[in-house]
Each structure stands twice: as structure tokens, then as C-alpha cells.
Design a protein around this ligand. Sequence first.
Ligand SMILES: [Zn+2]
Length: 425
Amino acid sequence: MKKIKLAGILTGVLLACGAYAGTPPEVKFDQGADLSQFLRSAVDQAIPPPARLAPEPDKPVWISVFNEDIKQLDGKFSFKDREAMIQSQSASVFKVNASELGSLSEIMHRKLHKCGGFFTHSSPESAAKDLSPAPAAAAPAYTIDRRDQVLALLKLSEEKGITDTITSLSAYKNRYYTSQTGVDSAKWLQAYWSKLAAGRSDISVEAYKHANWAQQSVILTVKGTAEPQNIVVLGGHLDSISRGGDSADAHGADDNASGIAALTEAIRVIVASGYRPSKTLKFMGYAAEEVGLRGSQDIAGAFKRDGAQVEGVIQFDMTNFNGSAEDIFLIADNTNAAQNAFLGGLVKAYTDYRLGETKCGYACSDHASWTKNGYAASFPFESKFGEDNPNIHTPKDTLAQSGGRSLHAFKFAKLAIAYLVETAK
Ligand SMILES: [Zn+2]
């Protein structure tokens, strides 16, 4: 065995790890020198420390709530003890602490069976805007005339892709907006969408960072070939919630891994078919929907401020629980009637699914963030409201509850494909 100079090698390793910028200290083994501090320092500097997640600071936020909902919640969320700061005939603004949002969401769900149910804002001025009626949306003249292209893409769509995405997303303990797994799952989605889009220079994927909490939103853009300034948005929330916040079991397989999975299958089909839209498509996974539609409000508000020409928005939130006689329910309130009729036409033209209509109330999901900014938004839902998945916002919202399959969600992926081809032409 060759004799080696251990001290010299160790110093070399420490230098390689970037432990010392200047002259290394002299280390003499035979004098019993304590090396632990040097090793610790070397390791600390060589390996980045694990990301420590800062919770959202418990500062005041302002929520807007529907007056009818307040009546039903009274005593449950101590609205009796709080004075509305501003009130209109339909809604009221309250000041709460950020740490109360999780429990407000839980009450909204338990008492009113809502996924969202209120808007959260970082200023009272911003919340006050919710009390004015939403500006009317300019909806384009809808036509259904791309049959061959729609059918070609539909032929490539598969249930398996949807099941895979639901399985991956619901494997996280939760996707809560302030938890480490909430952050990690959003990053996973960004990486997965990037992987699906690899090889297409017209497709980009970005993390949309939010100022007040750690979980990012994710946006995949397919740039339009002829009218890139005209945008069609297909979205759903990527976060999940259950009692216990950061540490809860909230696998959120139906709410809303299933919506993200339907969108993801549409993305996979776009790439597999080589389809290129004339207008720009933006697929969005929103952060922090469950605590006041916060991710989608940030994004829709920014699009509005930038004067973005968003021609249509479709929301997928809960797609894999087949709870009613009909297959796809179009949410009739806080959505665009003309675009809803167009969606009904798409279902009839390209599927044999049974259509229903239902309402879900004030701020029930991210479509409401777009509607209030004057954009034409629609929301196809898994069942009649009230007959939807009873396990959401509990540890029981798993794929096993749908028999390990994505048969119902598959219908929504097909609708997403028909919608994007017939709108972004
Ligand atoms: Zn949801």
C-alpha cells in the first residue's frame, strides 16, 4: 500500500469544497487536533442548507364574503363579533389574520360545501373592488368548425396520462400553500410540464411567484402562430387543503389533482400531435386557491393591468367524481353565458356526454378571479353542486375513492381539447 499524506488530501478536499478562501489552517493529526469544526464548515459550505419554509407572516388580510354566506356562517366564524369594514348589497369586506384563512376555508367547506368561497386580498382597497359588479366580458363569436383537427387530437387522448398525474400529485402529504410539500408539488408540476414540452421551442413553462406565500403558480405557454397577442387560458388550482393546514393529510386527488391532470393530458396531446394554435394558449396551475383564490387573483389582476387580450378562460376544479346522472355540469353563476353555450355545443358536437347546469355561489373557484376582471370565464364541473365528491378537504380525497381510475376526469380532458382547438384557431 502506498503511503499517502492524509493531512494534505484533507486540506485539498476542504479547499475543493470551498471551505477556505485564504490560506488553510495547519492541521497536525499527531497532536490531536479537533477537525470536526473544519469538517462541519466544509460540509456547510459545500452543500446548500435544506430550504426552510417561512410561513406566511401573520399579518392582516382582507376578505370579501357573500352576505348570504355570512348569514349561514354566523357564529361559526365569529362574524357576529367582527364589523364589516365595507358592505354592499351582495358582499362584505372583513379584516382577518392570514393564520385564520385555513379555518375559514374549512368552515366554508363544511358548512356551505364550497371549495373556495371568498376572495383574500392584501389591502382593503383591493377587497373593496369586489363589491362592485364585474365588468361585462367581451366574448368572441364562437364557431365550431374544426372537426377533423379536434377528432385527431381526441384520438390521442388517454385515461392513463390523467391517472399518472393524479397519482403523482396526490402522493404528496398535502399541497397546502405554506407547506414544504405544497412548494415541492408545485415545483414538480413545473418540471413535469417542462418535460412534456421538451423539444417544442414554441412552448415555455414558468414559475409564477407570489409575494406573500411560498407556493408558486405554474404557467405553460404555447405561443400562437398567427395571433400570439390573443390568449386563451385553461386553468385549475394545484394546492390542496384539509384540517390541520401545513401538517394535514390533504392528498386532494379529486380537489384538484384531477383538474390539473385533465389539463396535463391536453398538454401531452398537443405535443404528441404536433398541434400549433393560431392564438396563444396558457395552461395555469394556480397556487393558494383554497385560502381565497389568491394565486388566480394575482395572475388575473396582473393580466388586466397589463391589458392582456384574454379571449376565454376555462376552469377545471374537481373532475373525477361521477356523482350525478349527467356527466358534465356547466356552472351558471359568475361565468360567461355565451361561452357556456359554446361549451355545451362542444359537448354535443364531439361527445355523447350528458350535460347539466348548476350553480356554485360566490367565489367558489378560480374562474371568479377572471370573471371579476372582465374576462369570459366558464367552469365545467364534475356533478350537480351538492352531489359532488363528499370527501374533498379530508384525508379521504384519494384516487382509490374513484376506483384508482380517471374515467370521469377523462371526459373533462376531452372537453379541454375540443375547447382549445375551437377557440385558439
Ligand atoms: Zn378545488
